[in-house]
Design a protein around this ligand. Sequence first.
Ligand SMILES: [Zn+2]
Length: 161
Amino acid sequence: MFELDIEMLKEQGLQLVDSAKKTAQDLADKGKNKLDLLNQQARLSKAQRQLGALVYSLHKAGEENPALVEKYINAVAEVEKAIEEIKANMTDDERAEVEAQETAETEEAPAEEPAAEKTVESEETIEEEPVHLRGETKICPVCKAEVDGDAMFCNHCGAQL
Ligand SMILES: [Zn+2]
């Protein structure tokens, strides 16, 4: 739909400057929706990964921490809601485009695994990469416990990080 409008404007020239500005604004809004959606989807997969890792580590240790699990479940639900709201603001075309990308990304995901291992293997020699997003730990500001670098909540005191 937008592509068609742009072609029309190109043909009709400066008479439609105001309309062209409006189209540019529409395109900017479209880009913002997509960017917001990508950010929220990144947050969602991080929260889901943390929830999965937490449940697994609790199970492995024979422990339970329903309060902390609940916090992650709520965080996941909150992000899912935000994603639904963004999608509700999109046109059918935008939604179809984004959903097609989601499918493509899911299918490509396993290919990233070997690259991650390679990075860890040569960690000490790579100086141009100061921030290691995976496998890094951080200190909880409340109880000073060492927690996973991606953790959204401290797994000792439950503080939001
Ligand atoms: Zn803590």
